[in-house]
Design a protein around this ligand. Structure first.
Ligand SMILES: [Zn+2]
Ligand SMILES: [Zn+2]
Ligand SMILES: [Zn+2]
Length: 510
């Protein structure tokens, strides 16, 4: 969390801003205690009582701009900032304002007088803004190890460790990036996976389930108005992951205590990872931990299947290629798999870095595996598995079809369409036909015959004459036979189709 503000330049002061700032300055001139945090219990280490006394002395010069500006050049920063700010009211005008970028990214305007750190000037001149005013307290909080809380209701101080005031915790829960229910959960307190935040001094336990978790950092929000050395020191962060055991697990290893890594906890504390990312990295760490200690464990979503890999595999969802690839690898290798859902594709993506060769080898020959791995393009792991199986299937189909040394134009079209249908399916074949639509009546009739054979004729009627349609309907049966044939039968069927359509073309096998 960068707390520093960056300089943005100097501008003439807009009238409304000037009036607003002068009003605030005179409020402060008559009441310096507006800048003093309320101390929780007995506050021994904070010096705010003493600072108040000094500010009261400064306030005696509230009509003397020159003396105030002089007082703004020495002593405590907060007192200097106070003198500088009430000097604005004394002089009655603010011709120019400086502006800086705040840690949150907005621009903030303030008047520079005396010798005062910008953070203090901004904090004091925006003492009615719960976010900006904290800038005047970060440094003291660091130096004196205080916890200072800012809410719209007020400013609070504790020198005795974290001590979240009720005002503060209420406000932060109400403005949280989740709509929290009365039990401070997302509404799914029973969920198997989720983020748990224990806010110790506030005695509040928050739970956000995996489904509701978002690309935000809830902790960062809760501590966003705390000034302290380590504002997260009042919060215990943990993840609940307690799937139901649906197979006989014995002493289920998911019941063991597991603590996320220090690195992950720190990244979360500092707002560098989101709630979603925390949950997913926790799962990865947990899986890696189980892997290190060996053995098998299969978890899909909220169910634990223990060692029962067949029950686990039966539960997975995905296309045929994914299921074949994943079951093959899981059956061959004892391993722990923790998946937050039942999607085979997702598990393939998780296993990919370590098992890509094995996964692909379940669905394709070694040379296809090699070429897929050599140029994966931008396909995802499940798409690569699908592609490997597609290539393998099309190769085995093609190996069962005759090779031709000589084909005429209609023979070529029919052979191409039939191969496309056999290797990539109906829609690929229809696309091929749409891309290269024949022009001459006999070819068009054959093309229509293919559409009839795969049940796609009706939607294409407008492209054909009545004569072509009638002829094509007759050819449909011949095409149907061709699409179902292999080897010599295929050759015979192609000859028959050419004869039936009256094409006088050569067709010779290699
Ligand atoms: Zn205090
Ligand atoms: Zn939820
Ligand atoms: Zn279990």
């Amino acid at each position: 969390m960068g707390r520093a503000v960056r300089f943005r330049g100097v501008k003439a002061t807009p009238k409304t801003l000037e009036k607003d700032l002068l009003t605030k300055a005179s409020k402060l001139a008559s009441n310096p205690s507006l800048l003093i945090p309320k101390c929780e219990q007995h506050c021994r280490r904070c010096g705010y009582d003493k600072l108040l006394k000094k500010m009261e002395k400064v306030a005696q010069y509230k009509d003397d701009a020159e003396t105030l500006q002089d007082l703004a050049t020495r002593g405590d920063q907060l007192v200097r900032a106070y003198a500088a700010t009430i000097s604005l009211a004394a002089s009655g005008k603010i011709p120019f304002l400086s502006s800086k970028k705040t840690p949150e990214g907005g621009d903030v305007s303030f008047a520079v007088r005396g010798k005062v750190d910008a953070e203090y000037l901004i904090g004091v001149q925006h003492f009615d803004d719960p976010d900006l005013r904290l800038l005047a307290y970060f440094q003291d909080a660091q130096q004196s190890d205080l916890h200072i809380y800012s809410s719209p209701e007020g400013l609070y101080c504790s020198s005795d460790g974290a001590q979240a005031p009720l005002d503060y915790s209420k406000e932060m829960l109400a403005t949280a990036p989740y709509e929290l229910k009365a039990d401070n959960s997302c509404g799914h307190p029973e969920a198997v996976i989720g983020l748990m935040i224990d806010w110790r001094s506030a005695k509040i336990n928050i739970f956000i389930c995996q489904e509701c978790a978002d690309e935000v950092n809830l902790l960062h929000h809760l501590l966003s108005r705390i000034a302290a050395r380590e504002p997260w020191d009042d919060f215990d962060i943990d993840v609940r992951y307690s799937p139901r055991c649906v197979a006989d697990c014995g002493a289920c290893r998911m019941k063991e205590k597991f603590t996320m890594s220090k690195g992950l906890k720190e990244s979360y504390d500092k707002g560098q990872v989101s709630d979603v990312m925390l949950l997913s990295r926790y799962t990865q760490e947990r899986e890696a931990h189980l892997q290190k200690s060996g053995g098998e464990l299969y978890i899909s979503g909220d169910e634990c299947f223990g060692h029962n890999k067949e029950a686990f595999l039966a539960r997975l969802k995905g296309n045929e290629a994914e299921l074949i690839a994943l079951s093959g690898v899981v059956r061959n290798k004892p391993m722990p798999i923790i998946s937050v859902n039942d999607q085979a594709g997702r598990i393939i993506a998780d296993l990919w870095p370590q098992y890509k060769e094995e996964l692909l080898a379940q669905v394709a020959s070694p040379d296809i595996v090699k070429s897929i791995l050599a140029s994966p393009g931008n396909l995802t792991p499940p798409q690569l598995v699908f592609e490997a199986r597609r290539q393998e299937l099309s190769r085995s189909i093609i190996s069962r079809l005759p090779d031709y040394a000589l084909k005429g134009p209609i023979g070529m079209m029919a052979d191409d369409l039939a191969r496309s249908f056999k290797t990539e399916g109906k829609s690929a074949m229809v696309r091929m036909l749409d891309r290269n639509r024949p022009r001459e009546t006999r070819s068009k009739a054959v093309a229509y015959g293919f559409l009839v054979a795969v049940g796609e004729a009706e939607s294409h009627n407008w492209q054909y004459t009545k004569e072509e349609i009638d002829f094509g309907r007759y050819l449909g049966d011949f095409v149907q036979t061709l699409l179902g044939a292999e080897g010599n039968d295929y050759d015979q069927a192609l000859h028959n189709l050419l004869t039936a359509c009256g094409a006088n073309e050569d067709l010779k096998r290699k």
